[in-house]
Design a binder for this molecule. Sequence first.
Ligand SMILES: *Cc1c(COP(=O)(O)O)cnc(C)c1O
Length: 357
Amino acid sequence: MNNRWLRDTIRNLEPYAVPVVRESIVINANESPYNIFDFPAVRAEFFSRLRSLASNRYPDPMAQELCAVLAAYAGAAPDQILAGNGGDEIIGLVLHTFVNPGDDVLIHSPTFDVYGIVAASLGANVCAVPDDHDFQRNADVFRKTVHAMQPKVTFICNPNNPTGHLWPLEDIAAIAAASDNPVVVDEAYVEFSGQDSAVSLLKKHDNLIIIRTLSKAFGLAGFRIGYAVAGKRVINALTLTKEAYNLNSVSQLMGIVAVGHSEEILRQTVPTVVANRTYLTAELNRLEGIRAYDSAANFILVKVPDGPAVTAALKRADICARVYGDGVLADCIRISVTTREVAELLITVFSGGKHYA
Ligand SMILES: *Cc1c(COP(=O)(O)O)cnc(C)c1O
């Protein structure tokens, strides 16, 4: 293999490393603690319909039944939805649809790595507006940057991963209004935010593209179901670059069944996670030297005096968390919020309890 075989724009890319998880308490990827098959009604309906699934037939290329239930759930029309193989696929589709090499793509920083990685691999010029102190994003500064730069695509992660920071919808609307180009609002965690979705802004701002997923609040990360909500013409444009059969029939079926039971699923998962988030944030902030940032998502970013020591202590306690090495996130650890028992264990570890050397 000769390195010069690689496309110019990916020669300097590092592989997106997902570490092997050896610990038994896994809180590094913001997954739900609930398995969808623990909901008896979901389980029964899924397996009953799976029995008659035609394995020899290609899936519906436009996932129409799934888009119809997602539309009802998200408060949009079915032709305003595009279903994909996880939200990650939708991020890629947006960039492949709109970005030429050399175009500016704007993000805020720190945020979800995928926007910058895919944009760079397409030869885009990735520009970042850094957060203010304590990972607060400044909507005014961001809006003015969008207005002056007119990036080809702007990404907003709301609530932001990994900081948990939430921008109110007025700020999103003002940023959308400042741009003549597509503005993406990644709402992977919106169900935990207590705030309405930016879908309600689509009527007035036809450059908005909202990305959602069933990986987080619905506990379906393994099934890879994400979707875009946007104006009909934007949805048609995104379809230009999509693989014909991007979402397999088993995942389509699971999406249809799960979203059909959304009330029951979310009633069990969201309030518990939100209550544990409030509890854990308050308890961690009582500890000397530790700062847990307010979060509107199902995770908390925690800054500690000695990142490597806490990381080692978490490992000894059989916990896998997301650790950040350098830059503004040095000594920061992102923990997914799950059950009360895990919250109690985390408090022990962060307080230098028996697992903390
Ligand atoms: C988890 C996540 C996604 C989507 O994940 P998929 O599993 O691909 O649906 C998108 N954006 C952010 C910020 C996320 O954290």
